[in-house]
Design a binder for this molecule. Structure first.
Ligand code: MRU
Length: 345
């Protein structure tokens, strides 16, 4: 299942707000449509929004002002600012936009058509590299998974959340491909149900056994020894290994520690932000109250109730058993080991 594809100047985005009911690719012909799709979670998951933003930059360049190179560059930079402003937590978004801008500045030519082609090539590269990273992560990560393991995951860190194959679900896929006959518990992931709507659907498409639970069943599930390990994705990993991921991840990590269950994070280096010393510095997106007060279009809370709706939380590094990346499995001490692998590609 492709989360997106580029088709003759149009970005076709799988509209994840319609899943699992309907598989619909929304055509985006303008960068503003890409920005809207990221903001409303039509496309979501850290690596997927990075790749979508890269194509958004191409769309922005295609409609930029061609009167002068300065005006063209100004326009493309403005597009970058709009795309970056859509969601603050996943660093892949800013990483992809910045990489596109650096490519543009380093091109050293003034031919708009050629510059647009260079941008498209770079977006394709970001897309392909992400799939490649996920496959490598899968290979490294599956070595940690015992045969017949029962795995808990939170939110959706699958093919849908990336350019393809997935991070956490990529590791699970690789284990399955290696004949390990794993099975998965997906928690539903309130408020927007990425676990129920997306992870359960994605795994069923691949015939990987999956059991759906509500978020508040995790503790009991673990106490009954029904889970051997946890694997989740990440939206941003600080230099010390603190991990921002979908709200609820922290609670799962605390429960895993209590029950002595390994807690793994699978993420590409595009998710690592060495500029931030620790998780306290990670900006956490807060979303609209109606995501909490309603289930779809059905109100489940009194009108006007006060709501707090952070979309992510931060799991401190001490709760993370290992971080699975495309360069290998990183164990504590994270500060040193993350830096070492960043410096040695
Ligand atoms: O709000 P979302 O659905 O974009 O949140 C997604 C997550 O938290 C994922 O776990 C994370 O981005 C990793 S995706 C490979």
């Amino acid at each position: 299942m492709e989360s997106m594809r580029w088709e003759n100047g149009v970005l076709m985005l799988l509209d994840q707000t319609r899943l699992p009911g309907e598989v619909y690719y929304k055509p985006c012909r303008d960068y503003r449509e890409v920005a809207e799709a990221i903001k409303t979670l039509r496309v979501r998951g850290a690596p997927a929004i990075g790749a979508a933003a890269a194509y958004g930059m191409v769309l922005g360049a295609l409609s930029a002002n061609y009167e002068s190179i300065e005006k063209y560059l100004d326009d493309v930079e403005k597009v970058g600012r709009v795309l970056k402003s859509t969601r603050p937590t996943a660093v892949n978004l800013a990483w992809a936009v910045d990489r596109m801008l650096i490519t543009l500045r380093n091109a050293g030519i003034r031919d708009f058509k050629k510059l647009n082609n260079i941008l498209l090539e770079e977006a394709n590269k970001i897309y392909r590299e992400d799939i490649d990273s996920n496959r490598k992560m899968g290979q490294y990560g599956q070595e940690l998974i015992p045969k017949g393991a029962s795995i808990l995951t939170h939110c959706n860190a699958g093919a849908l959340a990336t350019a393809g194959y997935g991070t956490a679900l990529g590791v699970i896929r690789a284990a399955q491909e290696a004949g390990k006959e794993v099975s998965v518990y997906a928690d539903e992931t309130r408020p927007l149900l990425q676990g129920a709507r997306l992870t359960a659907w994605e795994l069923m498409q691949d015939n990987i056994p999956v059991t759906l639970i509500t978020d508040n069943m995790v503790g009991y599930l673990m106490s009954k020894r029904k889970v051997d390990l946890v694997i989740v994705g990440a939206d941003r990993i600080a230099a010390n290994g603190d991990v921002a991921n979908k709200i609820g991840t922290y609670g799962v990590a605390v429960l895993a520690k209590e029950h002595k269950i390994p807690f793994y994070v699978a993420a590409p280096f595009s998710t690592v932000d060495l500029d931030l010393p620790n998780g306290d510095a990670i900006p956490i997106e807060e979303r609209d109250a109606n995501e909490v007060t309603a289930f779809g279009s059905v109100m489940v809370a009194p009108e006007g109730v006060k709501v707090w709706n952070p979309a992510f939380d931060v799991t401190p590094n001490k709760l993370v058993t290992a971080i699975i990346t495309e360069k290998g499995v990183i164990k504590p001490e994270y500060k040193h080991n993350l830096r070492k692998l960043t410096d040695n590609p």
